[in-house]
Each structure stands twice: as structure tokens, then as C-alpha cells.
Write a protein that binds this ligand. Structure first.
Ligand code: OAD
Length: 229
């Protein structure tokens, strides 16, 4: 059975990483247009780098939870062909043992030169005073994160998995940001079963089944059920 899994901030919430749109979510504390758009970066790069330096430190201290580990068990079960398509920029799926993880919104642990496009691994803070290691330009360094108005990564690969899956599962995402929000319709249109696992329902009627609860409970239960263990 082929399973395409879309994850969002809710799967990492119990690892201590904040979501965006819940009460106390990041977008209730920060203006999205200032810190998550190319225009905001052009206006105030120091502010944008500070915001992501904080998020990188938080992500570096986070530990994968039972939901990440359960999804890795599913991936490693030979009965299934699984792809995890994540909107998350943390590395908790990989930390939990996941191997086939598509980061469509990029990674907080990579830097990108907005001048030459060079991408390199990065665990430390970024600064506007530093030079790109490839083209040596100063002031072009940014996190390798897809901002609003930019095109998500790996869309052909993600779409291929979604169009060919038997089951599409959405976990811990509000389903408000496109193109990810439209994946369920693509899967359903291609004949897949569709399941939402979330703390609060997205309200999208393209889901055949909705199960509500905390990811560390409902994802673990669902993975055990489908694996028959
Ligand atoms: P949101 O903050 O929009 O939604 C988080 C979802 O997780 C909600 O549906 C919550 O009900 C659910 N949730 C919260 N705690 C949970 C828990 N313990 N277990 C299960 N579910 C839980 O976050 P995303 O949908 O991931 O993009 O946001 C999508 C994109 O918007 C992000 O990738 C980011 C953001 O702006 C960019 O920055 C480009």
C-alpha cells in the first residue's frame, strides 16, 4: 500500500516547537509579512535573521516525539511504501528515524545565498555581516526556508507521490497554506482514501475520515492499527 503523509507544525508541537495559528502561535506574536516574505527580508534583514536564529536554536534543542517515531516505524514496515511530505523546517522526522522526508518549505538547518543560490548546512546563527562561502558576497545570506510568495521545493516529487497513493494522511496542519492545503483534493481526485489526524479539524470536506486528538496519541494508535501490531 502506498501512503502519502502530509505533516505540519502540530506533529512537532509536543516536542516544544510552537505552531503558527493556534492561540499563542507564532503568527499571533510576529507579523508574517515582516519575517516570512522576501519583501520583509529586503526591508529588514537583521530582524528576519534574528527571528530564524531564534527558531533554529529552538529546533536544535528539540527532541523527536512518539508521533515522529511512529511514522518512522510505518516507513520501515515493508508492507508500505511511505513518503512523508512535511511543511516543517525542523529535522524531527529524521531524528525520529524517518528517511523518505520531503521538506517542501525548506530546512532551518540550511543557509541559502540569495545572490548565487548556494545552499549549505548551518547549525549556528546567521548574520548580515557574513559572506556567502561560494560567491563571497556579503549580506546575501538567509535561511533556506520557503517564504510566502516563493515556490515550495520538491513539488513534482510530492505531487507524484500524492497522485499515486492509495491513502493520503494529513497530520497536524491547519490546511490554510497552499499548495499543501490542496494536496488532499489531488489525492482524492486520483482515487485515494483520505484521512485527517489533527487536534482540531481543518474543516476540509475532502477528508473521508477525521480523527481528533494529540499527535503523540492518535498518530501512534493509527500507525499500530494499520500495521496490525
Ligand atoms: P498551523 O499553526 O497553521 O496549524 C497547526 C495545526 O496543528 C492545527 O490544525 C492544530 O490544531 C494542530 N495541532 C496543534 N497541536 C497539536 C498536537 N499536539 N497534535 C496534533 N495536532 C496539533 O501550522 P501549519 O499547518 O503547519 O509556512 O502551517 C502551515 C505553514 O504556515 C507552515 O509551514 C509555515 C506557516 O506559515 C511558512 O512559514 C512558509
Amino acid at each position: 500500500m502506498r501512503i502519502a503523509i502530509l505533516t505540519g507544525a502540530g506533529v512537532s508541537a509536543e516536542s516544544g516547537l510552537g505552531t503558527f495559528r493556534d492561540k499563542d502561535g507564532l503568527w499571533t506574536q510576529y507579523d508574517l509579512s515582516e519575517v516570512a516574505t522576501p519583501q520583509g527580508y529586503a526591508r529588514n534583514p537583521d530582524k528576519v535573521l534574528d527571528f530564524y536564529n531564534m527558531r533554529r536554536r529552538n529546533a536544535a534543542g528539540a527532541i523527536a516525539n512518539e508521533a515522529h517515531r511512529a511514522l518512522a516505524r510505518l516507513e520501515n514496515d515493508a508492507q508500505f511504501d511511505v513518503a512523508v511530505i512535511t511543511q516543517n523546517i525542523d529535522d524531527l522526522h529524521e531524528q525520529g528515524g524517518g528517511r523518505n522526508v520531503l521538506h517542501i518549505h525548506g530546512s532551518i538547518f540550511e543557509a541559502l545565498c540569495s545572490g548565487c543560490g548556494h545552499v549549505w548546512p548551518r547549525r549556528d546563527d546567521l548574520s548580515t555581516a557574513e559572506a556567502c562561502p561560494a560567491c563571497t558576497t556579503i549580506g546575501t545570506v538567509r535561511p533556506n526556508i520557503v517564504w510566502f510568495g516563493e515556490i515550495p521545493y520538491l513539488m513534482p516529487e510530492a505531487t507524484a507521490y500524492i497522485e499515486e497513493c492509495d491513502l493520503f494522511v494529513s497530520i497536524g496542519t491547519s490546511g490554510t497554506v497552499y499548495p499543501a492545503a490542496g494536496f488532499v483534493e489531488i489525492a482524492k481526485g486520483a482515487g485515494a482514501q483520505t484521512l485527517e489526524l489533527n487536534l482540531e479539524a481543518s474543516g476540509n470536506r475532502a477528508f473521508d475520515t477525521v480523527r481528533l486528538g494529540a499527535a503523540t496519541e492518535i498518530v501512534v494508535d493509527w500507525v499500530a492499527e494499520i500495521r496490525g501490531v
